[in-house]
Design a protein around this ligand. Structure first.
Ligand SMILES: Cc1cc2nc3c(=O)[nH]c(=O)nc-3n(C[C@H](O)[C@H](O)[C@H](O)COP(=O)(O)OP(=O)(O)OC[C@H]3O[C@@H](n4cnc5c(N)ncnc54)[C@H](O)[C@@H]3O)c2cc1C
Length: 406
């Protein structure tokens, strides 16, 4: 038997849920498949940038369950800069920490409320006909729709089938997180330590984070970019332990609540659309290489996909690719080039000193860390970004040729 719908969504994370909410509210019949059980957790730092809070507000999600975050504390060796999220951008002036189990449940519940039919424990795979996706199979059943939205997160079986895997030559990230109790669980700042070193003393392009969840716990984690010198030998558990030793006392950390868990951060995709399908969120490689954050991009790309489907189903994939490209590609490719640069230990060391050295530059670092900058950003952050964009684009072949040995 074949079931038909307007839109099929594979993956019930933030990106898939956003697409489902928007499309179902717009009157489309939507079926969402996730291979996990309802209430699944996703390995994440749980940090919501102001941009992510803006996207949740656009989706009318009640964020009162999330812990309010007023700004970012950046630490580079002995320099500590605590800055509020800026006013006057097109995003709210606050962020949040919302443990993924609860954030993702709030989103998918909103999708269900809007009328989407969510099927848990249902691994879905696309059905291809003459190079086009015409639907999916899940649990031995067949579903057909004019558009399938691929929201499957970091590449797996679906990415292999559709050719959306990450571009081999481009950077990606790895990160690990745990939860621990802390008397500072209600701190109003995200904390990022930018000067991590691995066990051999090599500076790590990445950061250690303390994200207070306001529920008695903090999310503690570390992440690193694949452009790092010696990346293949990097042991994330060891890196997390050494970061934990640094923050143990100032945060009064208790035992981990569960074993630390690591996951991949895709930062590119070979393609993100084709006839009958689009890829959104992590499945499209939409993660900021400069901070590893992608919830906001996932929510936005999900909304774009749904809106374009509602406007014009037949042309949605091409229009989606163009719109997502205009919004994200410039910033993401600059971020990826930048990550080649900071893969070199001496550049990283000196660059970090600069990144938090003065309040003015730290403010720009803040905007980059908050996913607040892109090609259209006005003011000094936007100007510096556009200059970096042009300079790094010109230096691209050199950056790749001289990349640090992984
Ligand atoms: C350690 C770590 C820390 C991070 N910290 C942050 C942070 O603090 N802030 C931030 O913004 N971002 C962070 N990120 C990135 C963030 O987690 C992702 O960008 C975000 O989860 C992307 O959402 P998504 O909906 O695209 O994918 P996901 O959240 O990965 O959801 C994909 C879903 O698809 C389902 N699925 C996959 N294949 C199939 C299939 N074939 N059939 C059915 N279901 C399938 C999975 O079960 C899953 O539920 C972090 C990532 C890591 C690894």
């Amino acid at each position: 038997m074949t079931t038909t719908a307007d839109l099929l969504v594979i993956g019930a994370g933030p990106a898939g849920a956003a697409a489902a909410i928007r499309a179902a509210r717009g009157g489309a019949s939507v079926i969402v498949f996730d291979r996990a059980k309802y209430g699944r957790d996703k390995v994440c730092g749980d940090g919501l940038t102001p941009r992510a809070v803006g996207a949740l507000e656009e989706l009318d999600i009640d964020v009162s369950d999330a812990h309010h975050i007023a700004g970012l504390r950046m630490i580079a060796n002995s320099t500590v800069r605590e800055l509020p999220w800026p006013d006057g951008t097109r995003f709210p002036n606050h962020g949040a920490v919302w443990p993924r189990r609860r954030l993702d449940a709030a989103l998918i519940d909103a999708a269900t409320e809007a009328g989407a039919d969510v099927r848990w424990e249902s691994e879905a795979l696309p059905i291809m006909e003459n190079g086009a996706v015409v639907g999916v199979t899940a649990n031995g059943e067949t579903y057909h729709a004019p558009l399938t939205v691929v929201a499957t997160g970091a590449p797996g079986a679906v990415a292999k089938m559709l050719g959306t895997e990450r571009i081999a030559d481009e950077p990606f990230g790895l990160a690990i997180r745990a939860y621990a109790t802390s008397p500072r669980h209600a701190d109003q700042h995200l904390e990022a330590c930018l000067t991590l070193q691995d066990e051999f003393g090599t500076p790590v392009p990445g950061y250690g984070w303390m994200f207070p969840a306001g529920d008695g716990t903090v999310n503690i984690g570390v992440g690193a970019l694949s452009t790092m010198k010696g990346f293949k030998k990097l042991n994330l558990n060891t890196l997390l332990n050494s970061y934990r030793d640094m923050v143990q006392e100032p945060w009064g950390l208790g035992e981990y609540q569960e074993r630390p868990r690591a996951w991949r951060l895709p930062m590119s995709a070979q393609k993100r659309h084709g006839e009958g399908w689009v890829a959104i969120g992590d499945a499209a490689g939409l993660i900021n290489p400069m901070n590893g954050e992608g919830i906001d991009y996932g929510l936005e790309s999900g909304m774009i996909a749904a809106d374009l489907y509602l406007e014009d189903p037949a042309n949605a994939p091409e229009r989606y690719d163009k719109m997502v490209g205009d919004r994200f590609d410039g910033f993401l490719s600059t971020g990826r080039r930048f990550s080649f640069l900071i893969g070199h230990p001496w550049i990283l060391k000196n660059g970090l000193r600069m990144a938090v050295g003065t309040e003015g530059i730290a403010n720009i670092t803040l905007q980059v860390m908050g996913n607040l900058v892109d090609g259209d950003t006005p003011g000094s952050a936007g100007r510096i970004f556009r200059l970096a964009d042009r300079t790094l684009a010109a230096a691209d072949p050199l950056l790749r040729r001289t990349r640090a040995a992984a």
